[in-house]
Ligand binder design. Structure first.
Ligand SMILES: [Zn+2]
Length: 580
């Protein structure tokens, strides 16, 4: 469940992997408009009675909530809402706390489903190298002889000595099956002899431009570097079918609901298969309503096309700002300015520890402006992946220069991850109308590695500065960047408050700890505001009836226990969306 792959940077090989199945997806979006058939009226269809936590500072708790159609029409004491109840009102008395639905404003359906069925070798599940090799051996033992077995999220940077899984190691673990292990960075994969054979690659196969097959004494070692070489290996594997893809999408969204989530933003829609991705999501949501609402960020880059041509493709598919319906709406334009910090491809003002370079942007100042303007010209909220402090600076300078010409349309532009920032950058973001969304569990999972081996303690302390963002007048949100980390907003919020690293339980710069209220706002109201869903994140009259039923109340409990709160059910627009 943990991958340091640069989420937002899908590789060419990913386009190829989905191409066959996605050929049958529709080209145009057709919104289902599920909620249009359930208009709100003056009396309640559903009455929810219990321990209601509203997240409304004026009235933080309630006993009863009346819902008509998809909306809350009354909330307060039982007597406050009794006038809204009729003989046909259904009463729900859940045995738990009723909480506002949580919001993950940046996760990935599409890039995640590429490796979704692969066996997980993350450090979370395999804390030692022996655990990883035992997992490989066990998975291979279960597979029929000859069937390829794939693994994901192997992260050597988290094991002593940064070990790699060579061809000879994998041959011993898997003598009868092709095996592929993805390095968590996505920049490397490790394969055995049968995998080379399945892909038709021999010791004589030349390295493709931009890719490497590592060799020793003329023999392949099994270490395969960069997409042009990785793509040749993937040719030896079966591709996912449309049935596979649709099953994975539903499973990914269901896992979100199980953490109390009722809204997400898919943060790079179209990156693999263009507008067909969104058209397919609409088709699936029409067949059976999704368990969470999905806001999409349209990807600005497709191979061989200029940003203006990509923008035209989205329009031709019927996708314009805020098009769609209550369950599935297109809200943003996504641009990626740098890579992954833990993969040492984030763009920094100073070099990485032990290196003489601090990363770079794939854009020039001019091509960056073209990519941003293509979205702004069409009225999109712009959502820019900026990981290192130099990336923040590079994009902020561009936004400061070009935004004034577009006037103030309350588009709530965002910097994604915004992981490392200087003080003046947060202040300037506030002035420019750009808010940060932090991948908060960067700190939990990689905080110790940033401090000790990647960036050093001073820079690492500037990771995910939630407290400073609030001080600068910003409205930050927290996100998972799934499948970089798991969709689990209460874990993200816990990390924002405690700032403790998983590896050694050390606090990484206490001055940046959020208050509990700030952390909870970042996964409810602020996240709602950032995805242009002002009717979510608070249970109050007029808002969407999106809520979860949980065995704990984070608004009145110690943050150290938040991640253990379990959900029993979620409701979206007043209808059950998931139950445990
Ligand atoms: Zn992302």
């Amino acid at each position: 469940m943990l991958s340091s792959t640069s989420c937002c940077n899908p590789k060419e090989l990913a386009h190829a992997k989905l191409a066959t199945a996605m050929a049958s997806a529709p080209d145009q979006i057709t919104p289902a408009n599920h909620e249009a058939s359930r208009p709100s009226g003056a009396t309640a269809d559903l009455l929810v009675v219990g321990d209601i936590v509203t997240n409304d500072p004026g009235a933080p708790t309630a006993q009863a909530m009346a819902i008509s159609g998809s909306r809350i029409i009354g909330i307060g004491s039982t007597s406050d809402v009794e006038g809204l109840v009729t003989a046909s009102t259904t009463t729900l008395k859940p045995g738990g706390f009723i909480l506002p639905g949580l919001i993950d404003p940046h996760m990935h359906i599409w890039t995640s489903l590429l490796t979704y069925p692969d066996n997980d070798l993350s450090h979370e599940l395999c804390p030692t190298l022996d655990d990883a090799t035992a997992t490989i051996k066990a998975a291979v033992a279960k597979a029929p002889s000859g069937q390829p077995v794939c693994f994901k999220n192997f992260d050597p940077s988290l094991y002593p000595g940064e070990p790699v899984l060579t061809r000879s190691i994998l041959d011993q673990l898997a003598p009868n099956n092709p095996v592929l292990v993805w390095n968590a960075s996505g920049h490397f994969m490790y394969v055995n002899s049968l995998m080379f054979q399945a892909a038709g690659i021999t010791d004589e196969t030349p390295d493709p431009p931009g890719g490497t097959f590592e060799r020793a004494d003329g023999k392949m070692t099994g270490v395969v570097g960069e997409p042009p070489a990785e793509q040749l290996i993937l040719k030896g594997l079966p591709q996912p079918s449309m049935a596979d893809i649709t099953m994975y999408i539903r499973q990914i969204l269901t896992a979100c609901a199980a953490q109390g989530v009722t809204s997400v933003r898919e943060a790079a829609t179209g990156a693999l298969a263009g507008p067909k991705e969104l058209a397919l999501l609409h088709q699936l949501n029409a067949q059976a309503r999704f368990p969470v609402r999905v806001s999409t960020a349209q990807f600005a880059v497709l191979p061989g096309k200029t940003p203006v041509e990509v923008a035209a493709m989205w329009k031709a598919a019927g996708v314009t700002p805020f098009s769609g319906d209550e369950m599935l709406r297109a809200d943003a334009w996504k641009v990626v300015s740098d890579g992954s910090n833990q993969g040492r491809s984030g763009y920094f003002l100073q070099p990485y520890l032990g290196e003489d370079n601090g990363g770079k942007s794939d854009y020039t100042p001019e091509t960056l402006r073209q990519a941003l303007k293509a979205g702004l010209d069409d009225g999109w909220q712009v959502m820019v992946h900026t990981n290192g402090d130099a990336a923040v600076e590079f994009v902020l300078e561009a936004m400061e220069e070009i935004l004034p010409a577009y006037g103030n349309h309350d588009l709530r532009h965002r910097f994604e991850h915004c992981s490392f920032t200087m003080d003046d950058q947060l202040t300037r973001m506030a002035a420019a109308g750009i808010s940060p969304s932090f991948l908060m569990n960067h700190l939990y999972y990689w905080g110790a590695a940033f401090r000790d081996t990647i960036l050093g303690p001073k820079r690492a302390g500037r990771l995910d500065r939630v407290a400073s963002a609030y001080k600068a007048g910003l409205r930050p949100s927290l996100h998972s960047d799934y499948n970089v980390t798991e969709v689990h907003p209460l874990l993200s919020a816990r990390t924002a408050v405690l700032r403790r690293t998983k590896a050694d339980d050390q606090v990484l710069n206490a001055a940046e700890c959020a208050t509990p209220e700030q952390a909870l706002a970042a996964i409810t109201t602020n996240a709602a505001w950032q995805i242009h869903a002002d009717d979510r994140g608070v249970l109050k009259v007029g808002n969407a009836a999106d809520f979860g039923v949980a065995d704990g109340n984070p608004w009145a409990s110690d943050p150290s226990g938040w991640a253990d709160i379990a959900f029993q059910a979620t409701y979206v627009g007043g209808e059950e969306a998931w139950h445990g």
